[in-house]
Design a protein around this ligand. Sequence first.
Ligand code: CO
Length: 439
Amino acid sequence: MDFATVNQELFRFLDRSPNAFFAVRNMCEKLDRAGMVRLFEGRPWTLEAGKGYYVTRNDSALIAFRIPRADYTGFQIMASHCDSPVFKIKANAEITVDDRYVKLNVEKYGGMLCAPWLDRPLSVAGRIMVRTSEGIETKLVNVDRSLLIIPNLAIHMNREVNDGYSYNAQVDMLPLFCEKGEEEDVFLQMIAAEAGVNAEDILDTDLFLYNRMPAERLGLRGEFIASGRLDDLQCAFASLQGFLAARPGDSVAVHCVFDNEEVGSGSKQGAAGTFLSDTLRRINRVMGRTEEDYLMSIASSFLVSADNAHAVHPNLTDKADPTNRPYLNQGIVIKYSANQKYTTDAVSGAIMRAICRQADVPCQTFTNRSDLLGGSTLGNISQSQVSLNTVDIGLPQLAMHSPYETAGAKDTAYLAEAARVLFSSSVEGTGDGNYRLKF
Ligand code: CO
């Protein structure tokens, strides 16, 4: 496996994807280059066996699929997410301090580690809605230079800070933007200039902070990688690499990336929305298949919910389960939870292990300590829209939800290879609990 090349491409994707809108745009560019046909939900679809297509929703969620043949067996799906915990810039963002400083009013999006957002160069990216002669138009804006900083308070003014500090998002986390000048509305003026539009034509915005530190390799032998947004762009990237390399045989390959996982998935572009079920049903209908065909195909489908997992922390080893201890570079993590916060069960775990074996990549297991609650992800949420055999997996990482996370330099390539095998395979139900796996 060519780990160096995979990491170079991953880093390029991470650095160019400060948030979900840019991640989706960059994935669309790759799909265009691979000759996939873009579809829109609001226009009619014509689909042909042997071809690949993709569709976006809200410019922040994406589904790409390849239909090998009209009488396909089922859907082989990998779902990940492209949003990350971050600070969102509020409307009327400017706050003037002592008539000297201008800082920006922000709020939390998702559950982030606050401390590592302090004392580092930040900038702003997102989308703006611009008035046109016909209506409104989306423009993406990335202020691609170091622009903002959230300064810590000096230790001299809080000697107890290292004993634990409670961050108040409305007080502690507001980024310093500029010195107060003569002009009003300088933030929106700057965004308008970056986008090449007039400020008065900007009707609304979804703008977010991001960490300017680029992705890097580190460790004596370059064993580790560090970047913002590894959760979950590392999985989204590996899924797309596998999708592009796959040769679907009997089943439709579906690369699916949702938005809003970090805030519970409950949006039209999130896993609790209808995006996946609408798309699968539409493929079924446009390919001239019946409702009975659809239900049979779902029974012979497989969903891999791919969202990063916690590796054993080198300083806090007791936080991990005593017997299920994932490490960086030791391969794909299959996640289990008896209360089904993770969807994995014996059936889906067995299918995933067979896929890893076929791909010749290592896998390991994660469970929470029995006295820790742990996190949740999109796998069980998407079951309420499309119910099918699902496994929860992820790549092992440290510092999840920091704006600069750490992972293994080998694991992305492992997941890309497993995704390639998944997308090329089929899982045919031959009676409840029994499956014919075709690779
Ligand atoms: Co995640």
